[in-house]
Ligand binder design. Structure first.
Ligand SMILES: C[S@@+](CC[C@H](N)C(=O)[O-])C[C@H]1O[C@@H](n2cnc3c(N)ncnc32)[C@H](O)[C@@H]1O
Length: 260
């Protein structure tokens, strides 16, 4: 029996080593395999949530590979799973306007505009940042046709007033991706949540910070803002069905307005 277990362990380690040689996470696999070999242990049995969190940690934090993502060559700080889900939300709700806080280089604004253009030809994107970094993002024709880049803080009274003026009574999807401190996200929720109509969405991005599950100890951030906001505003609920692709950087962050 002991011999059989030892053989199984060797086979498991060999399988990990083969996977390590072939796969994109070779270094991580090799470290795990060496760890198991040194301790003569069989691979641990992990729960689905542990596997999801481990992948999240590996993808987001350890490899930081998502920082290399581009859309049409424009640096874009988005997780493809969440882009897919946002695309589904835009296609289902067909907002007139997507309001995004946190433009960065404009890749995400161009992306939302391309999706929106297919389901709502007259739709527009408003994207806000304290810095103007959008040179590349103004090149695709869709950006010139559909995107308004505003420079200023997303919570500055003049910016909020300008967004409200442009949105008017139209249907809106709000995407919060700027300063990820709890204080700022709460201020953004106060400013922009009232624009969202029943059945439509407000996405609080990067709720994974401060140990949910990455960057433990980074301090209260988007997740804590969502928790406070949902406690005090019963018009919104977190739509956890939007986390069906398992790995999301916005756990609990897909907020849907359910009451007027
Ligand atoms: C995570 S990046 C946005 C990424 C972008 N949405 C994308 O997908 O490529 C955060 C951005 O928020 C901007 N930012 C920080 N504080 C801000 C504020 N108070 N108002 C608006 N933007 C802010 C930063 O300059 C930075 O470009």
């Amino acid at each position: 029996m002991a011999e059989r277990r030892a053989l199984l362990r060797r086979l498991a380690v060999a399988a990990l080593l083969i996977a390590a040689a072939a796969g994109p996470v070779a270094l991580y696999d090799r470290l795990v395999a060496r760890h198991l070999l040194e301790r003569r242990q069989a691979p641990p049995v992990l729960s689905p949530q542990m596997i999801i969190d481990a992948f999240h940690q590996l993808s987001y934090y350890d490899s930081r590979t998502w920082l290399l993502n581009t859309w049409l060559g424009i640096p874009t700080r988005q997780n493809p799973n969440d882009v897919w889900i946002t695309q589904e939300i835009i296609s289902e709700t067909k907002p007139d306007v997507v309001v995004e806080t946190g433009t960065f280089h404009g890749g995400s604004a161009v992306l939302w505009a391309m999706v929106l253009g297919q389901v709502k030809p007259a739709g527009r994107v408003i994207s806000i940042d304290i810095e103007d970094m959008v040179d590349e993002a103004t090149l695709p024709p869709v950006a010139r046709e559909k995107v308004t880049f505003l420079v200023g803080s997303s919570t500055a009274p003049e910016i909020v007033a300008e967004v409200r003026r442009r949105v008017g009574g139209k249907r809106v999807l709000v995407v919060l991706d700027s300063d990820h401190s709890m204080k700022h996200v709460l201020a953004e929720l106060d400013a922009y949540a009232p624009l969202v109509q029943v059945g439509d969405y407000l996405i609080v991005q990067d709720t994974n910070l401060n140990g949910h599950p990455v960057h433990p100890g980074s301090g209260p951030g988007p997740m804590e803002a969502v928790d406070q906001f949902l406690q005090r505003d019963s018009r919104f609920e977190s739509d956890r069905s939007r986390e069906r692709l398992l790995f999301t950087m916005h756990p609990k962050g897909y907020l849907r307005r359910v009451r007027s």
